[in-house]
Ligand binder design. Structure first.
Ligand code: PLP
Length: 383
């Protein structure tokens, strides 16, 4: 007897056949450099908890006292019953961190991008995005109904050519890019993108998911570190260096005012929980007042970069706490991930369709010790 769901078996079988099958691993420990994964203690080199804040005592205390004061749920959407004084405080803190007039928090970075892009552009408009942009930038463009064109990764000449060819045919144009590319760890040429945007009358949306807290004197992100002066739309997450959960858009007061009226993923969803909101406020406070965390992270980046160089291992980029190493095909990459795993190192393979080529993606935290990074290097040396 066939059922309308039989296609699931066939599709799962082809996912397995391509070596694309993924599954979850269960963690039973607090976020940190050592994790218990499927019952085994491992050194964590895959987390986005760059500053080690996800288990910081002050974030935990902030989350607990907000829960005591407001309860566990925010009970409704921001425009109805969910708008707490805490959300206002967090949005002010993000705007201060980013040096923008205003900010708006969403339930996740993914929803922030879906909501912002689909509100800003529509069917008569054009979105030009870096080919390696995060999934939520691509899905946001699709959802908006705008004409979406990818330009070659980091390729300013290709972006310029595509603007020259297409810009005049559309009403508004939005250029989208990650600031720090999540799977490769390389950096977008932000100033060149801004200059092209000026020339072709385009808006720019930069996703600082991996830049916030990591780049800039005060942790404001790559946009701040590069010193971009022109107006732009910054998006990011509270869930990586900031150790909480949620996303944001930061920009002009009128942009934020507009999004409050037009971003469906903000209007029709429940407001961020008191605990997440308070933890993010505490995190931004630490990001700006304890630059030594960021300095420690960058020392670790330097140490790993040097260590990889000494081993003759080439990472795709060494410009951020994300270093990805390509070893060959999916099967070999999976074997190397297994080898690392047997040696107590958690740095899984990232495979298509997430990325065009399989690689081991390493990420560093400020809280990694030199000896932990040495252990990683020794293990890589034995591959
Ligand atoms: C992780 C990530 C997001 C999504 O953020 P969440 O808060 O986890 O939903 C968006 N953009 C980029 C570039 C990311 O790496």
């Amino acid at each position: 007897m066939s059922t309308p769901y039989d296609w699931l078996d066939r599709n799962l079988a082809s996912i397995h056949k391509a070596n694309w099958y993924r599954s979850t691993q269960t963690i039973t420990s607090k976020a940190g450099t050592i994790a218990t994964i499927d019952g085994c203690e491992m050194l964590m080199f895959a987390s986005n908890n760059y500053l080690g804040l996800a288990s910081d005592r002050r974030l935990i205390e902030a989350a607990m006292s907000a829960t005591q004061m407001y309860g566990t749920g925010s009970t409704g959407s921001r425009l109805v019953t969910g708008h707490l004084a805490l959300h206002e405080q967090l949005e002010q803190a993000i705007a201060d961190l980013k040096n923008t007039e205003a900010a708006l928090v969403f339930s996740s970075g993914y929803l922030a991008n879906l909501g912002a892009i689909s509100a800003i552009v529509g069917a008569r408009d054009l979105v030009l995005g870096d080919a390696y942009n995060h999934s939520c930038l691509k899905k946001g463009s699709l959802l908006s109904g705008a004409k979406a064109i990818n330009y070659l990764h980091l390729d300013i000449a290709d972006l310029a050519a595509k603007l020259q060819e297409n810009r005049a045919k559309y009403r508004r144009c939005l250029i989208t890019t990650d600031s720090v590319f999540s799977m490769d760890g390389d950096l977008a040429p932000l100033q060149e993108i801004m200059d092209l945007a000026d020339r072709y009358d385009c808006m720019v949306l930069v996703d600082e998911a991996h830049g916030t807290g990591v780049f800039g004197d005060r942790g404001g992100g790559l946009t701040n570190a590069v010193g971009i002066e022109q107006e732009l739309i910054q998006v990011g997450t509270l869930s990586k260096a900031l150790g909480s959960l949620g996303g944001y858009v930061a920009g002009s007061a009128k942009l934020i005012d507009y999004l409050r009226n037009r971003a469906a993923t903000w209007i029709y969803t429940t407001a961020l929980s008191p605990a997440d909101t308070a933890a993010a406020i505490a995190a931004i406070n630490l990001v700006t007042t304890e630059p030594e965390r960021r300095q420690q992270l960058w020392q670790n980046v330097e140490f790993l970069k040097q260590g990889l160089q000494d081993l003759g291992i080439q990472a795709i980029a060494c410009d951020s706490p994300i270093m990805a190493i390509e070893f060959g095909d999916i099967e070999l990459t999976m074997q190397i991930a297994q080898h690392l795993r047997h040696n107590g190192i958690f740095a899984p393979a990232i495979r298509p369709p997430t990325v065009p080529t399989a690689r081991i993606r390493l990420t560093l935290m400020a809280t990694h010790t030199t000896s932990q990074i040495q252990t990683l290097l020794q293990c890589l040396a034995s591959v």
